[in-house]
Structures are given as structure tokens and as C-alpha cells.
Design a protein around this ligand. Sequence first.
Ligand SMILES: Nc1ncnc2c1ncn2[C@@H]1O[C@H](COP(=O)(O)OP(=O)(O)OP(=O)(O)O)[C@@H](O)[C@H]1O
Length: 603
Amino acid sequence: MRPAQAIHNWQMDQKTEPNMPEQKPQYVSAFRTLLRYIRPHLVSFGLVFLFTVIAILSDLLQPYLMKIAIDDNLIVGHNDYRGLLLICAAYFALSATSFLFTYLQNNLLQRVGQSIVGLIRKQLFSHILRQSMRYFDRMSSGSLITHISSDTEALNQFFNQVLLSLFRDGLTLILIVVLMFHLNVQLALYCLVLLPIIMIIAIAFRSFMRTTYQLARTRLSRMVAFVAENLAGMNLVQAFHQQRQQEQHFNERNGLYFQANIREIRTNVLFGRTFDVLSNLSIAFVTWAGGKAVLNENLEFGVLYAFITYIRQFFQPINTITQQWNTLQSATVAISRIWTVFDSEPDVRDPKKAPSGWDEENIRGRIEFDRISFAYEPDVPVIRHLQLTIEPGEMIGVVGTTGAGKSSLISLLCRFYDVQEGAVRIDGVDVRHIPQASLHRIIGLVQQDPYLYSGSIIDNVRLFDDSVSREEVIAACEFVGASTVIQKLANGYDTKLSERGSGLSSGERQLISFARIIVFKPKVLILDEASANLDSQTEQLIQNALHAVSRNRTTIVIAHRLSTIQQADRILVMSKGEIAEEGTHEQLIEAGGHYSQLYENSK
Ligand SMILES: Nc1ncnc2c1ncn2[C@@H]1O[C@H](COP(=O)(O)OP(=O)(O)OP(=O)(O)O)[C@@H](O)[C@H]1O
């Protein structure tokens, strides 16, 4: 990302934070979409349901067994030791069954959930990769990272917590009510009297818990986004000594997240304890009403025991389900957010098929900008009616003031953006008709500050393409003169580079990019020259590499040092999106215009 973009994103983040609208969950559309992913796993979900039923039944039959033991085997004078032993064995068997099926159900649900979430994450990333540059101008990288990490994690929780709880706790509740009515209708009705109170408390807490939960999640995403933006623009932070200010901004976000977390925990504890109190109240009530009935010999003691156990088990699933409401909501918001990303279509699209007669291997490299106009924002033209033809094998140098539109011209040739007027053609074919993969094989781009991937130098030159041999890579590096730089590194060609190619200057990274050009042999070479001050040795290496690589290749060099392009076949001077001067170095010096002034200043 451009540093300017990073700053812009921080500013956006800071400006919009207090008023950023919370996204409302769209349950129906979110789950209809999710259903598409669930459908292929219906058998597994069916099995999870079956295992859940078995595990719950095994749990709930345990108090019932105790009731039988108390009422039938422990009655004084019965001395039914064999019966008692059988019940104990059955109790153990039920526990073991519950253990086994809970384990199976958990594992299976986790596996299915993880594979769905993994698939969504994969599709999300490849969808983002297919977007055009305009999309990345609009979206901050922080929010995209949040979509891929936190939002998919919320989906993961939906499967592992919400769905599991709905299956397990919902079913437990239903079965407890059935068992209570089976044991004693009157006592069951007494217990159900409490239901409306439970509902009122749950609903009252629900909206409160939702607010605190959403607040904590939003503040967490903002903090993550902020860190991501800072990492992307670290050079800027350091160059402008922004450490203190950024630390302060981070501390504010960290503090807000801390407060939201504390509020969330406090609410959860309050809610959980309220349910405990309610549960104890019901037990006291049932002990009083049931105890009276036992004393009057209207109720067996075992039934009362089973009832009390069921009441204890009754509150726990209600508590869990209510708590899952938050996760359900955040998962719904996450699904909507993920689908907003999926909904965005790239502005720059591939043609349905390559134009007839298109032969990538035999491209000559004639480039034509035919009266093109372009703007990033409506009404702010960056390039105006520009006409330029570059012959195959020609080397063009482009100079101009900052913001003149040099990089934009290259972006249009690479089709990172589409022109609004006119056409860009390669060998007479409009780039909009050329499949992008083919276009990017034809054009080799050596950027100003080349991006290197985490990996060895070998992998960075061959772009992880194993069909390119190590020897080819080494030969390419030697050809462009990068080997001197590489051999100085600790592990030579096997030195592991980090994403910013740490340890290498931008000029040295450009040398490695030149080696890529030799390996992949594109017909057109674009060099956005490193503007950073290079030491004279690296500068000379780059000059030599450019000379070697540009041979028989159409080459466009955006030059920051005029020495690089003095030998160019033609030099263009750009100003305000137009070509202001054009000619060889000698012709332009003689003309005494802007170029000659630049040349004088650079001496
Ligand atoms: N992604 C973008 N979104 C909006 N405006 C942009 C974007 N990229 C560049 N611009 C604007 O377009 C104009 C031309 O920019 P461009 O990068 O093409 O100039 P340049 O000649 O390459 O400048 P420099 O030498 O500083 O790199 C500038 O005013 C710049 O602010």
C-alpha cells in the first residue's frame, strides 16, 4: 500500500470512529446464504443431531435411575442388593454413553464447522485477490484483515457454540419438561409458573448483553485495523516521528476495548448469578411444595429428588442459550459483512475469451495510448487525451513533476484501472480484450519499492514456480548483476527474506526484480525507478541491469534520475496528465524547455 493511502486510512478511521454505524443483523438473508454451505454436510449434521439426542438422553436418565433406586431399592426392608447393583451399573453405562457421544458430537460438529469456515475463508481471500485496484483504494487493509480473521472467527463460533447450544441445550430443555410432567404433573406446573419470570429476565438482559458484546467486538476490530494500518505504513510513522502520537491513538483504542470488555464480563456475571438465584429459589419452592407432599405420603421421595436434579439442569441450558444470543448476533453481522465483500464485483473484468488470433508467444510489444483520458475520482482528471505510440523494442523514459500522472499511465497499461476515454493497445489489441493473466505475462513490472515475499531469494526470483530451476535463477541473477549483492548475504541465494525484504535496499530489491524479468521473459518491461538515494555502486548495477534487460524489449522507465534515461530512444516529459515535451536527450536539451531545466538542476 502507498504510504499516502495508509495515512488516509488512519485519518478515515479516526474521523469515522465515533459515528461509525453499527451494522444490523440480517438474519434471514444471512442464514439463507449460509445454508448453501451447510447443505453438502447434511448427513454430518444429521449424525451430530443423533449423537446429541443419545448423549442428552443418557444424561437425563441418570436422575431417573436414582429415583428408581431410592423408591424401589432403598425402601427399608426390601434389601434388593441385586437390583441396586444393576442400577449402579446402568448409571455407569449411561455416564460412559454420554461421554462417548458428547465427544463424537463435538468432534464431528467442529470438523464440519471448521471445514465450512475454512472454505469461506479461502473463497474470501481469492475473491479479494481478484478485485481491481479501485477496490483497494476504497477499502482499508485493516478492515479486509478483520473480514478474513475476526469475521470468519465469528462464523466459527456460530458452528462451535451457537449451533451446538441450540442442538444440545434446546433439546435438553424440551426433554426435561417432558420428564418433569411424566414424574409429576402438579410439581411440573409449579415449576413452569417460573417460566414467564425467566423469560422476562432473559429478554431484559438480552438487549443489554447484545449492546455490550457488539461494543467490545467493534472496538476490537478497530484496534486490529489500527495496528494493521500502522504496520503497513511503518516507514511513514518512523519518518515523521509519529511513534508517540500513534502510541497515544493506540492506547485510546486499547483503553476503550478494555472498558468494553469489563462491561461485557460484568453483564455476563450478573446474568449468570441472577439465574443461579432463580434456580435456587425454584429448588426451595419445590422442596417446600414437594417436601410437604412427601410428608403427607402423596409423593415418593425419589420423585422429589429427581425433580430437584432436573431443576438444576433446567436453568443451565437457558443460561447458555441466552448467552449464545450474542454470538449468534455477531455471527449474523459477520456473515453480512463477509457477503458484502463477496458482492463486490471487480471493475476491471476479464474478457469472456481471448481475441481471435491472439498469440501471446509472438507479441512484438507495440504499445499505443490512443487519446486516453482517466480519473480516479469523477471530475478530477489525471490523464487528458493522451496520445502516444511506442514501437517494439523502443526504450522510453518518462519524467515529470510529482503527481504528473506517470505511474497512472503505467497502471492503465497494466490494466489496474480502465481508461474512461480512448484505448490502450498492445500490438493493436485493446488491453480490455486481453485476458489479464496473459497481459501480466506480457508486461514485466519492476516497481519503485519492489515487494518481496517471505521466502528465499531463489523463491522470490522464480515466484515460487518450481518449474524454474535453481540454475536458471542463479544465471538470471548473474546476468543482471545481482549476484554480487546476493553473495554478500548470510546464506547467499537461500537467505530468507521477510515481506519487506529487510536487509536489502530498494535498489537491491529492484535488482532481484530484474532477475525475475530474465526468468519470465515478458515482452514489455516497465521500470519505476527507485527514487530513494542509491549508493553509486547500486546505481551503476541498476544501470547495467536495465541495459541488459531492455535489449530487444519494449521498455518504459519512469525516471527519477535523468542519468538513467539519457540513452533512451525517446524521453517524455509529463505535466498535468499530458505530454509536455518529447524527444531524445539531446533534442530536449537543445529545445531548452522543462527537461533542460531539470537537467541543469540535477547537475
Ligand atoms: N489511487 C489513487 N486514488 C486517487 N487519486 C490518485 C491515486 N493514485 C494517484 N492519484 C492521484 O493522481 C495524480 C497522478 O498520480 P501519479 O501517481 O500517476 O503521479 P506520478 O507522476 O507518478 O507522481 P510521482 O512521481 O509522485 O509518483 C496525483 O494527483 C495523485 O494524487
